[in-house]
Design a protein around this ligand. Structure first.
Ligand SMILES: C=CC1=C(C)c2cc3[nH]c(cc4nc(cc5[nH]c(cc1n2)c(C)c5CCC(=O)O)C(CCC(=O)O)=C4C)c(C)c3C=C
Ligand code: FE2
Length: 529
């Protein structure tokens, strides 16, 4: 590494020192970066930790390995490293309760001439009409972060997705029909993007905000081609999931990683990722605002049981693949409840997981089981809080508002309420804008992390380093989908599902090896010559 000390410029201001380093060549190996990091330590300048605490505590990747993966950025072209270094000491915590209105772009972070800042919001996407349901489900099940097949069977990913989506479509379509014939996600996310753009402008940061959906329009690829044609030079990637999961933010980031890797413009575009933000004060306060409002709609607010319902994931994601989702969810609920209690509301609360699909075990306790138990325990007032998503969608409008409400009333609960999704709640949008502004100094910063250092308000990382933390080993995850739904008990259903899955895999193998069968007849698989 030829680090030119003379080119280092120090800009001191009241709160931070910004250090600009220029490399005349790429770091050739990880030791160089470690050496650079050690130099920072010697200078008693602490780099902010760029990963959430849950990654550091629970990552299945040994720290040493994580370091070297993070540091091996030789895929990057020649870079200029721009790192803002906070002058607070390593033990300091960043101030927590900052008024959203106080955050403004520091002059050193303002876009310079010719620079264009973009924000890419990542989301799941949803079918806009009933005809969209099957192709939407196909995209979802074709995602290896939703069904990760053993290496030997990877070629079956798309035929299997076709098969499962075709079988599941009628049931899903019923749900979408019940909420007006399509998902409101596109509309709501577009509104959030507009509101964020306005909030950023109000904080002196002109930035264009893009929406990239994982499984439906506007697809991530569409957003990326717009970003390119707009000539964006600095990009902040912000998944609209408060907590990180392999199946949501992880999947979107993997897609981005692939797109970035293959595109010269994007490889050169500086970017940073905000992987999760459930711990941000603004988000937590915004959730507490909504809960407070709904609690006081009950006749006896003190008797309300606050029931957090999060979207589930299969347990193997957490236990085998190191998904931080469960840990982040539990921490998130604790933070929200602390904020609720600070307002003098001393209600009991429970966290449960909904929307399980298929033959494998999902995170427990399950929402339906828990509602029945709460009913049995004599709870009469229940307030449901959807906590894993910031827009209304099929799981809130159909599953919670219709199915779980009905179940609650049948279980003896007399009064039911539901907290709306955050949508464009002003505290929330202002906080997202702050998250973007706080992320700006790290855009383009090379992946040098002081993993032991204090938490930053916005845990940041590049796409590669984030992905490397959870699945260095790329463990195979069992398919979390059920193909059939016969069976009289949950356990029978589980075993039926597993047997069915095995049978389908065998049929597919036979079909692919012999060249004969339904998929060939439908033209899903090409004929064998
Ligand atoms: C944090 C949120 C979500 C996690 C985690 C998640 C994991 C996950 N989902 C499926 C399967 C399906 N999800 C579906 C819809 C859907 N999922 C989320 C969020 C999370 N999913 C949302 C917001 C939506 C609704 C989008 C909309 O259209 O409004 C569906 C389709 C609907 C249905 O048929 O039930 C499926 C299927 C898996 C397998 C999974 C983890 C592995
Ligand atoms: Fe889902």
């Amino acid at each position: 590494m030829n680090f030119d000390a003379a080119s280092a410029t120090h800009r001191a201001c009241s709160t931070s020192i910004s250090l600009t380093l220029h490399w005349s060549s790429l770091p050739q190996n990880t030791n160089n970066l470690r050496q650079l990091h050690a130099e920072y330590q010697d200078m008693k300048l602490s780099l902010p930790t760029r990963l959430p605490s849950s990654f550091l505590k629970r990552s299945p990747v040994p720290r040493q390995k994580m370091h070297s993966r993070i540091s091996s950025s030789d895929v990057l072209p020649q870079v200029s490293l721009d790192i803002s270094v906070d002058e607070r000491t390593a033990g300091d915590r960043p101030e927590k309760a900052q008024s959203p209105l106080l955050t403004n772009v520091a002059s050193s972070n303002k876009p310079k001439d010719g620079e264009r800042v973009g924000v890419l919001l990542l989301n799941l996407g949803g079918p806009e009409s009933l005809e969209d349901v099957q192709p939407f489900l196909f995209n979802l099940f074709a995602d290896p972060d939703i069904i990760r097949l053993p290496r030997l069977f990877r070629f079956l990913q798309r035929p299997l997705a076709q098969f499962i989506s075709t079988l599941r479509a009628p049931k899903s379509a019923e749900g979408y029909a019940a909420i007006g014939g399509g998902s409101p996600l596109r509309q709501m996310t577009a509104e959030q993007a507009d509101a964020l753009s306005l909030a950023l402008k109000g904080k002196n940061l002109p930035a264009k905000v893009y929406v990239g959906m994982r499984y439906w329009h506007p697809f991530t690829e569409e957003a990326i081609s717009q970003i390119k044609s707009d000539g964006i030079t600095r990009l902040v990637v912000l998944p609209l999931y408060p907590q990180f999961s392999i199946s949501t933010s992880g999947s979107s980031l993997r897609l981005l990683e692939n797109i970035f890797r293959e595109d010269e413009y994007l490889v050169n575009m500086q970017h940073t990722v905000i992987p999760s933000w459930y711990q941000r004060e603004g988000y937590v306060q915004a959730m507490a605002n909504l809960i407070e409002k709904e609690v006081y709609k009950f006749e006896k607010p003190e008797e309300v049981h606050i029931f957090f319902s999060a979207h589930g994931v299969p347990v193997t994601y957490v236990e085998d693949a190191g998904d931080p989702y469960k840990a982040e969810m539990e921490e998130c609920v604790e933070l929200i409840m602390n904020a609720v209690k600070d307002r003098g509301i001393n209600c009991q609360h429970t966290l449960a997981y909904q929307s399980r699909v298929g033959p494998v075990e999902w995170l427990k306790p399950y929402t339906d089981v828990t509602i029945r138990e709460l009913g049995k325990c004599g709870i009469k007032n229940l307030l449901a809080v959807p906590v894993s998503f910031v827009s209304e969608h099929i799981e809130t409008l159909e599953e919670i508002d219709m199915e779980y409400r009905q179940l609650a009333l049948e279980s003896g609960i007399k009064n039911w309420g539901r907290v709306p999704a955050l949508g464009c709640e002003p505290t929330f949008i202002a906080d997202l804008a702050d998250a973007v502004i706080e992320a700006l100094p790290y855009v383009g910063a090379m992946a040098v992390s002081n993993l032991e250092a204090r938490q930053s308000l916005v845990p940041l990382g590049s796409v590669e380093e984030l992905l490397a933390t959870y699945d260095a080993l790329r463990r195979e995850l069992p398919a979390p989908v059920s193909l059939w739904e016969w069976g009289w008990t949950k356990s029978a259903e589980t075993w039926n599902g597993r047997a069915a899955m095995l049978a389908v895999l065998l049929l597919l193998v036979l079909e692919v090896t012999t060249g004969q069968g339904v998929l060939h007849q439908w033209g899903i698989l090409p004929p064998i010559n």
